[in-house]
Ligand binder design. Structure first.
Ligand SMILES: [Zn+2]
Length: 163
């Protein structure tokens, strides 16, 4: 009796895919959160915040300034903010986000469009954690091979490592 009721309630509550987003028309992908950093606009180094990216052209849409600020506390950019396009390769996140997994350090950065997460195999991630050259003096391990992890896998693995 009780189980039947539960099942019934679960049936009522079950949400039917409310967020069917329109896709396909716009090849720009919003970043899950704004990424503050530095880039070059009109030949000058400037502080910018990356908000969207394109896989096919390797471009980032950025807004001049910093994040978060009192004028822009959340993830949605203030209306009227002037946007610029820069090559993703010219963008350097700042301040740098670093995490440690085991004895390896990973820094958050842009990754090539063809790069995949070494853990889950997800491609087209745009941003990810890239293994930094280890500063350990004893480290003589394959400096040419950089490991790339998507944000989700990196945080999961770093979380496991901490425990
Ligand atoms: Zn992954």
């Amino acid at each position: 009796m009780a189980t039947r009721l539960t099942r019934l309630i679960r049936g009522w509550v079950s949400p039917a895919g409310q967020h069917s987003r329109q896709g396909g028309l716009d090849r720009w992908q919003s970043l899950s959160h704004p990424v503050p950093g530095h880039s070059t606009i009109d030949g000058l180094p400037v502080a910018v915040v990356a908000v969207r990216r394109r896989d096919d052209s390797g471009q980032l849409e950025v807004i001049r300034g910093y994040h978060p600020t009192p004028a822009w506390p959340g993830s949605v950019a203030p209306p009227g903010a002037q946007r610029h396009l820069v090559p993703a390769s010219s963008f350097n996140p700042h301040p740098r986000r670093e995490i440690s997994i085991g004895d390896q350090r990973f820094g958050y950065n842009t990754v090539a469009g063809s790069a995949c997460c070494n853990s889950c195999g997800k491609g087209g991630i745009g941003f990810g954690f890239v293994s930094a050259d280890s500063s350990l003096p004893s480290a003589e391990r394959s400096p040419a091979i950089h490991q790339i992890l998507c944000e989700l896998c990196a945080e999961k693995q770093a979380g496991v490592a901490v425990l």
